[in-house]
Ligand binder design. Structure first.
Ligand code: AMP
Length: 283
């Protein structure tokens, strides 16, 4: 695996590969890799793309009281994991390399970023859009892979690519889960043993609601039942539970199959925020 820390070096390398006809698959990450990340790398490798991962803990997407400094950075382990799935290229820039000065550009997409994660993490998606746009310009991927686990992020990136005509195809990969259903996340390692037991309550509430939607389509009722159901797990706080239309993220009133409803849940276990989602009509 080739490892680059400088923008000019990874750009040159990819430029040459493109000249000889290689197509580029790109998997942006913040590291602390797990099976979820590796499934994105595998999806890219399966398409025979020259697979480039990035590891960059992007300060621009963390709020002032968030976990930027304590975000896990097990870089040696990450490199071994990437090698184990035959990732071709790793781009591993420093903060100074990505932001030699604070970017003057500000990106926003109010219709997609004001609610849910955007409401609870002010400035988060502005930081995500900035770094994704920048990484797309550096790596110039033909296909970029994102995880369904970060559902709102997927919608934001898809819309940004559409609005700004980025020449990249976005592929969304299903959420990889632990054996009990908990969505894999780099932040799961913050959970104490007791919190880890509660954490599965998010997945169980999604599954419960997916069962309920067979005979209850009223979104207000579904959400009320979900709040009652999740209560017993003893989360520290439920940030939000909602049912939205998959592409637009607009709140639905009736959860019919034609509306492609997705349930979003974010809850805190101690100080750890856990997010998950599920299509209510998918097999
Ligand atoms: P992160 O390192 O958390 O920024 O995640 C990098 C990419 O991996 C994003 O596209 C995430 O949506 C994706 N990802 C994170 N967790 C999972 C998971 N459990 N299953 C599938 N994809 C995931």
């Amino acid at each position: 695996m080739e490892i680059f820390t400088h923008i000019s070096d990874v750009k040159n390398y990819i430029h040459v590969k493109k000249i000889i006809g290689r197509e580029i698959g790109f998997v942006p990450t913040m590291g602390a890799l797990h099976e979820g990340h590796l499934s994105l790398i595998r999806a890219s490798k399966n398409k025979e793309l020259l697979t480039t991962a990035s590891i960059f803990v992007n300060p621009a997407q963390f709020g002032p009281n968030e976990d930027f400094n304590k975000y896990p950075r097990p870089i040696e382990e990450d490199i071994e994991l990437l090698k184990s799935v035959n990732c071709d290229v790793l781009f591993l820039p420093s903060v100074e390399e990505m932001y030699p000065e604070k970017a003057a550009v500000q990106m926003t997409m109010p219709l997609y970023t004001q609610k849910y994660e955007g409401e609870h993490r002010k400035g988060h998606f502005e930081g995500v859009m900035l770094v994704v746009a920048k990484l797309f310009n550096i790596v110039s991927p033909d296909v970029a892979f994102f995880g369904q686990k970060d559902f709102q992020q997927c919608a934001v990136v898809k819309q940004m690519v559409k609005d700004l005509s980025f020449p990249v195809k976005i592929e969304i990969i299903p959420t990889v889960r632990e054996a009990d259903g908990l969505a894999m996340s780099s932040r799961n390692r913050y959970l104490s043993a007791e919190e880890r037991k509660k954490a599965v309550g998010i997945y169980q509430t999604l599954v419960y609601t997916k069962g309920l939607v067979q005979h209850e389509k009223n979104v207000e009722n579904l959400i009320r039942h979900a709040y009652i159901y999740i209560e017993k797990f003893g989360f520290t706080q439920i940030d939000y539970i909602d049912i939205v239309q998959a592409d637009t993220l607009q709140t639905l009133h009736i959860a019919e199959k034609e509306n492609n409803p997705v349930m979003l849940i974010t809850a805190r276990c101690g100080t750890t925020r856990l997010l998950d989602n599920m299509y209510l009509y998918e097999n």
